[in-house]
Design a protein around this ligand. Structure first.
Ligand code: C5P
Length: 227
């Protein structure tokens, strides 16, 4: 049985994780949400007074990076892997707008990226993996057999994210969410270390106007031709 590596990159809230999860389930592959890892490091920095809305102790975070342990543990009830930070389930905490507002600053730090990229490469060693993020097809798995780059208009993405957060019971406004989507796009594409960019050999998909089901089917058709 041939197994491949699938890299899914793109802007925030383009539905990367939904597609990646469904695809992994369909193929019996492992799904890795790399954004969750950057979010967990950000949560660690918040909890330890290393970052806030108006300060960032970069050096302090770099110094403490060895104290940050990240794990994905499979939850059989929810049927997906949840993020653990130093043995504590942080799956809920990492999805808040507060974390979204700080994560791109943490993700800019080369030492943070180095640590997480090493871990990600290790998780994908055996192939049969679907990984989503910003630099998977360019940095983590430049040799991935299939690379997808996802996009959608900022309005569509902010609407989706707003709906998601509201359904989780978080009190946020559409304007705040829209602003966060645009700010993260800017920071993620302009940072020096591994900026978000479409790999030359990635297939670009804009899903503003197609359903999740149609999109999944398109990708499954592509994968089936490769296997
Ligand atoms: O995918 P998600 O929106 O959860 O990612 C949160 C943030 O983590 C991104 O906005 C980006 O700053 C950072 N990130 C990254 N590289 C990745 C995945 C996420 O820099 N591979």
């Amino acid at each position: 049985d041939k197994k491949i590596t699938i890299a899914i990159d793109g802007f925030s809230s383009t539905g990367k994780s939904t597609l990646a999860k469904q695809l992994a389930r369909h193929l019996g592959y492992v799904y890795v949400d790399t954004g969750a890892m950057y979010r967990a490091v950000t949560l660690y920095a918040m909890q330890n007074g290393l970052i806030g809305n108006d300060f960032f102790n970069r050096e302090g975070l770099i110094e403490h990076l060895d104290d940050v342990t990240l794990q994905f543990l499979y939850n059989p009830v929810l049927e997906f892997a949840e993020m653990y930070l130093n043995e504590v389930n942080v799956e809920k905490e990492i999805r808040t707008l507060a974390v979204s507002q700080l994560v791109s600053r943490v993700a800019e730090v080369p030492q943070v990226r180095h640590k997480l990229v090493e871990q990600q490469k290790h998780m994908g060693e055996a192939k049969g993996v679907v990984m989503d993020g910003r630099d998977i097809g360019t940095v983590v798995f430049p040799n991935a057999e299939l690379k997808i780059f996802m996009n959608a208009s900022p309005e569509t993405r902010a609407q989706r994210r707003f709906k998601e957060l509201t359904e989780l019971g978080q009190v946020v406004t559409y304007d705040e969410v829209y602003k966060n989507v645009v700010e993260r796009d800017y920071m993620d594409t302009h940072r020096e270390d591994s900026p978000l960019v479409k790999a030359d050999d990635a297939i670009e998909m804009d899903n503003s106007n197609i359903t999740k089901q149609e999109q999944l089917q398109k990708v499954i058709d592509i994968v089936n031709k490769m296997l």
